[in-house]
Design a protein around this ligand. Structure first.
Ligand code: PGA
Length: 252
């Protein structure tokens, strides 16, 4: 049984004060209503520490949005897996399409980061997804296959089984245009097939595969009802406690 994972990716939004206020409100709204769903918040680096404190005892977990693969060193501006573990992160998002698009992140970098995260006990949420041009050119599966295989090169089946993969079609991120339930299911099932090729069917059945891209309280239940959609990576709708709580409640 895969427990759905609902993660709020805040991107470059929210100060420390706003983070603490959000968490207080969310805790009030959920009050046990998150049962049967694992809930994760991904604030910016600067708010991780305050979020860890505010989340204590809530059952809600913490994730970073990115990290570097080295433990320490002369890498100005970077954050290491050790630092994220110390602060209390359980997860780390890797290879988000905005990282790929604006910061030149490659599949090779995602692979190095995934290995470093696992070495330090962080669970990677590996993001993959095609652009609109790629979808229209009919190469969605080819793109997804390259990204998944590139990100997971060299991982053993046990490591793969513990991962989270997020399918996020780039054309659906922040656009209000969600993939249909059936389209999302189709790609998620394709990803599970790829995982089975890489790590065996048993490992593939354990991997939680999220959908991301304009998930809202109104469309969450339909997406989550699909057999290969095991949660959501939520951007815009995770910035308000009531809409994020709505998605969580719709996903139980
Ligand atoms: P969105 O973002 O929900 O605002 O479309 C999703 C994401 O980028 O993870």
């Amino acid at each position: 049984m895969r427990i759905p994972l609902i993660a709020g990716n805040w991107k470059m939004y929210k100060t420390v004060a706003e983070t603490v206020q959000f968490i207080d409100e969310l805790k009030g709204l959920l009050a046990g209503a998150g049962d049967g769903v694992e809930v994760v918040l991904c604030p910016p680096y600067t708010a991780l520490s305050a979020a860890a404190e505010a989340l204590r005892g809530s059952g809600i977990f913490l994730s970073a949005q990115n990290m570097y693969w080295e433990e320490q060193g002369a890498f100005t501006g970077e954050i290491s897996p050790l630092m994220l573990r110390e602060i209390g992160c359980k997860y780390v998002i890797l290879g988000h399409s905005e990282r790929r698009q604006y910061f030149g992140e490659t599949d090779e970098a995602v692979n190095k980061k995934a290995k470093a995260a696992l070495k330090h006990g962080l669970i990677p949420i590996v993001c993959v997804g095609e652009t609109l041009e790629e979808r229209e050119a009919g190469i969605t599966e080819k793109v997804i296959s390259t990204q998944v295989k590139g990100a997971l090169t060299g991982l053993d089946p046990a490591q793969t089984a513990g991962l989270v993969v997020a399918y996020e079609p780039v054309w659906a991120i922040g656009t209000g245009r969600t993939a249909s339930d059936d389209d999302a299911q189709k790609v998620n099932a394709f990803i599970r097939g790829l995982l089975a090729e890489i790590a065996g069917r048993e490992a593939a059945e354990k991997v939680r595969i999220q959908y991301g891209g304009s998930v809202k309280p109104e469309n969450a239940a339909g997406l989550m009802a699909k057999p290969d959609i095991d949660g959501a990576l939520v951007g815009g709708a995770s910035l308000k406690p009531d809409s994020f709580a709505g998605i969580i409640k719709a996903s139980r």
